[in-house]
Each structure stands twice: as structure tokens, then as C-alpha cells.
Design a protein around this ligand. Structure first.
Ligand code: NAD
Length: 344
């Protein structure tokens, strides 16, 4: 019997509760030792507590330092600030880990096994933006400031390099635009090269590539990459690109890792168009739960979960509509739980 692990559970908005139920059923079947503290955020937080990120939710994560989170709705344009961004800032979740692994073979790109490590807190996403009015045009000029620090770059690169070593990645590619944004992304490149020379040389191969060339190479020959590590904006774009290589957002999990906490989630949003219909694909959140098991040193359970997902999709051919199948969330979950029980 494993030691109980306290963890915060945020079912989230839209399809969140449906895919979270499926994920909890799988974790229960595995006997995962999480002791859940159920909390709210996003639209659910606004509706039930008048706050998209209630204090009780923050307190819970501060206590458990570990969370599994469903998608949270964020209004576009006006309205409240993204609870996801606030969570990253609040818990200094500086590393965003986005693996892309082919599970269903025979797609446009087969046998993909890549991971993108994205800096999550700095760069052009810090939100220092403003307009300058000229004559009658209040939006005549738009300005944004990006900030990358040596310390912020170093801690992210160190996390990525350590992750490459512990997971046996052979090659790490630093993605940058230091030919144009010489200071802003140059500092990231320079820090990465220096760190590699000093502490990681020989442990894996290090390569560098400019972001635009990287985008092209990923589409022409994604197999040449193993791990990509990059700054916030480039990482945001590339991690969706690599999700596309393995069948889209429905198959893409993500982890937000910091010194003080780790939050695991599906990459997709709350899918309001299909919420409540019982047809959502829970695979991305299930894969996020597998990452959470790895994070908690429960690798054998993570492996069993990943294998059961693979068998359900490929051997039993039980697939939800977004993957071309006919199964609803409940039917998929039932098949998955049977596979987990059979793997004992
Ligand atoms: P979305 O990812 O919710 O949906 C895009 C499309 O993919 C929709 O057609 C949807 O039905 C489909 N889809 C997504 N997940 C699916 C699943 N598991 N199974 C089957 N189909 C699925 O993106 P959106 O519509 O742009 O965003 C909706 C809301 O989610 C917005 O408020 C947005 O801010 C929020 N969002 C949250 C997160 C997060 O919490 N991490 C991430 C992205 C978007």
C-alpha cells in the first residue's frame, strides 16, 4: 500500500467534470494513493464563490503542492484574467512540459515521441503592453515589452536538461530567435549553451535552431527532434504544433512545474460546444494524470495507465467521436477501467 498523497482536484468548467470523472475512475482502478481536496476555479469559481480563483483553492494548492486540473473558462477580450495564468504566477510554475507521443498509429505523422519544454513566466507574455495615441487614433502605436532574465532562463534550462537526463532523451534543441531579438532571446540561448558546457556536456547532444526554421523542420521531418526547449511565446506555439502531429489537442497533456507546486492538466479548453453531451474524449487528462503519477515517483502505475489507454484505443478500438469512433465518455471509461483491472 502506497503512502497517501494529498492533492488538489479542480474538475473545471465545460467538459471538465465529465473528463475528470473518467480520470478519477481510472486512478481509482489503479489504486492511486491520491487523497483529493476538491476545489473550484474559473467560471465555476465565479458562479459559486464570486471569484475565478478563490482563496480556498489557492490555500489548498499551497498545502498539497500538487493539483490535477480540468480546463477553466476564460472570457475573451474583457472579463476576468485567466485563472491558468494566475496559477502559474502564484506558484511560480516556470516550466511547462508538453510531451507529444503517437498513440494511434497510421496518422499523417507516425511514431512521434517529442517533448517541448516551455518557459512559462517570462518573455513577451508578461503583459507589459500599451498603445500610443497619435492625433485621433488612440491605437496608432502598440508596444510590448518582453523580459527574460538570466536566472529565469537558467532555472528553466536546468529543469529541461535534468528532465532530458532522467528520461533518457538523446538530443535537446534550444529554439530561439537570437539573430533578430538579440538580447531578449539571445540571453536564453547564451545561458543554455553556457550551462551545457559547464554541467551537461556528454550527457546528451545539444543543438540550436531558429524558431522559424524549427517550425518548418517540425512539419517536414519531426523525427529529427527529441526535446525542444524554448522561451514562452515560441513554446506556446510549438507545443500546439507538436500536439497537432499526434492527433490534436484531445491527445495532449501538459504539466506546469515550479519549485513550490506542480499542476497537471489537459492542453485543450473547456469545449463548451460539447459540454454535458457525454461525448468528450478524456485521453488528454488521463495522460496528464499519468504525468502526475510519474512526478510522484509512481512510474509503474503511470506505465499501467498509459498501456491501458493504448489498448483501449488500439486493441479494443473504443474511441470517442473526435478520434473517428462512436463511443461516449462513459463507454470509453468503462473499457479503460476493464483494461486497468485486467493489467493487475
Ligand atoms: P477548446 O479546446 O475548448 O475546444 C476546441 C475544439 O476542440 C472544440 O470544438 C471542442 O469541442 C474540441 N475539443 C476540445 N477538447 C475536446 C475533448 N476532450 N474531446 C472532444 N473534443 C474536444 O478551445 P476553445 O473553444 O477555444 O476554448 C473554450 C474555453 O476553454 C475558453 O474559455 C478558453 O479560454 C478555455 N481554455 C482553457 C484552457 C485551460 O484551462 N488549460 C486551455 C485552452 C482554452
Amino acid at each position: 500500500m502506497s503512502t497517501p498523497i494529498p492533492a488538489t482536484l479542480i474538475p473545471g468548467d465545460g467538459i471538465g467534470p465529465e473528463i475528470m470523472d473518467a480520470t478519477l475512475a481510472a486512478l481509482d482502478a489503479l489504486g492511486a494513493p491520491f487523497v483529493w481536496d476538491r476545489q473550484i476555479a474559473g467560471l465555476g469559481g465565479v458562479e459559486l464563490a464570486g471569484d475565478p480563483l478563490p482563496q480556498a483553492t489557492l490555500d489548498s494548492i499551497r498545502r498539497t503542492r500538487l493539483a490535477l486540473k480540468g480546463p477553466l473558462e476564460t472570457p475573451s477580450g474583457g472579463g476576468y484574467r485567466s485563472s491558468n495564468v494566475r496559477l502559474r504566477e502564484e506558484f511560480q510554475l516556470y516550466a511547462n512540459l508538453r510531451p507529444a507521443l503517437t498513440i494511434i498509429p497510421g496518422g499523417r505523422f507516425d511514431k512521434i515521441d517529442l517533448v517541448v519544454v516551455r518557459e512559462n513566466l517570462e518573455g513577451l507574455y508578461i503583459g507589459h503592453e500599451h498603445y500610443v495615441k497619435i492625433d485621433n487614433d488612440p491605437h496608432a502605436v502598440a508596444m510590448a515589452t518582453g523580459i527574460n532574465t538570466r536566472a529565469g532562463s537558467r532555472r528553466l534550462l536546468q529543469y529541461a536538461f535534468d528532465h532530458a537526463v532522467t528520461t533518457g532523451r538523446k538530443k535537446v534543441t534550444i529554439v530561439h530567435k537570437a539573430n533578430i531579438m538579440k538580447a531578449l532571446t539571445g540571453i536564453f540561448l547564451e545561458t543554455g549553451l553556457d550551462l551545457y558546457e559547464r554541467e551537461y556536456k556528454g550527457k546528451f547532444e545539444l543543438d540550436t535552431v531558429i524558431i522559424d526554421a524549427c517550425a518548418m523542420k517540425l512539419v517536414l521531418n519531426p523525427w529529427q527532434f527529441d526535446m525542444l526547449v524554448t522561451t514562452n511565446l515560441f513554446g506556446d506555439i510549438l507545443s500546439d504544433l507538436v500536439a497537432g502531429l499526434v492527433g490534436g489537442l484531445g491527445m495532449a497533456p501538459g504539466a506546469n512545474i515550479g519549485a513550490d507546486a506542480a499542476i497537471f492538466e489537459a492542453v485543450h479548453g473547456s469545449a463548451p460546444d460539447i459540454a454535458g453531451k457525454g461525448i468528450a474524449n478524456p485521453t488528454a487528462l488521463l495522460l496528464a494524470a499519468a504525468m502526475m503519477l510519474d512526478h510522484c515517483q509512481l512510474a509503474p502505475m503511470a506505465t499501467r495507465l498509459r498501456r491501458a489507454i493504448d489498448e483501449t484505443l488500439n486493441v479494443d478500438q473504443v474511441r470517442t467521436g473526435d478520434l473517428g469512433g462512436k463511443a461516449g465518455t462513459a463507454e470509453f471509461t468503462q473499457a479503460l477501467v476493464s483494461r486497468i483491472h485486467a493489467s493487475r
